[in-house]
Design a protein around this ligand. Structure first.
Ligand code: ATP
Length: 212
């Protein structure tokens, strides 16, 4: 627990990892595990987004995405499913979630976990400067968008702590999974190496992504 960390303060460490999770896949799970271990988090909130303002396509229903996230992240130590954005009316904004989590954990240090593609566009997020003040950003490289190519303002990286999560590049995306199922190129069972097995079964049982 926090008190056992050598050379660290006693601040609680709370991670926030948001995503559409449509569907949640193996890179999401690997990222969550890496974040908990490497940042020594006391708790990591997995936050499925509502209708994210920056995603143009319609997402699968909140019920499906929540159910799949429960299956994908089930049993991971210190990881909790956080439904607040799904319950929020209107668009989801990360800063609102961070403020709420901070209010629930006064004095805690927040860590925002994102992939390199999201880090690259962070400056387009609502109240992005406040996000950099309230949380330490922790970035995982993606096979298709390395952080060095991201074009993110280097001045910001100089002024704010931005951590890199160590994990192997995983060339998996929800878009590609949906595309493969939609084009009939792969059955959900054949995609079992890309998503946790219970998620593959859920996709198949509910016929998700078939017409996407
Ligand atoms: P889509 O293809 O629909 O955009 P996605 O695969 O990017 O979906 P999201 O739910 O949008 O999945 O991602 C949630 C978070 O996980 C984002 O911060 C994203 O950058 C990160 N992420 C997703 N896939 C990877 C991956 N393969 N490697 C590292 N980070 C990833």
């Amino acid at each position: 627990m926090a008190g056992k960390r050598i050379g660290e303060g006693l601040k609680k460490r709370v991670g926030v990892f948001g995503g559409a999770f449509d569907p949640p896949h193996n890179a999401h799970v690997a990222l969550a595990l890496a974040a908990v271990a490497q940042l020594q988090l006391d708790v990591l909130h997995i936050v499925p987004t509502g209708q994210a303002w920056h995603k143009a396509r319609a997402l699968s229903t909140p019920a499906h995405r929540l159910a799949m996230a429960r299956l994908a992240f089930a049993g991971l130590e210190r990881v909790v499913l956080d439904e607040r954005e799904l319950k929020r009316a209107g668009p989801s904004f990360t800063m609102d979630t961070l403020e709420a989590v901070q209010a629930e954990n006064p004095g805690a240090q927040l860590y925002l976990i994102i992939g390199a593609d999201q880090f690259a566009v962070l400056k387009s997020w609502r109240r992005w400067q406040d996000i950099l003040e309230i949380a330490i950003i922790c970035v995982a490289d993606r096979a298709d968008s390395a952080r060095t190519d991201a074009g993110f303002d280097p001045e910001i990286q100089a002024r704010h702590a931005v951590l890199t999560l160590q994990l192997p590049l995983m060339p998996v995306s929800a878009t590609e999974i949906r595309r493969q199922i939609g084009s009939g190129g792969a059955s959900p069972q054949e995609l079992a190496h890309l998503v946790p097995e219970p998620v593959a079964r859920y996709i198949e049982r509910h016929g998700l992504y078939i017409s996407s």
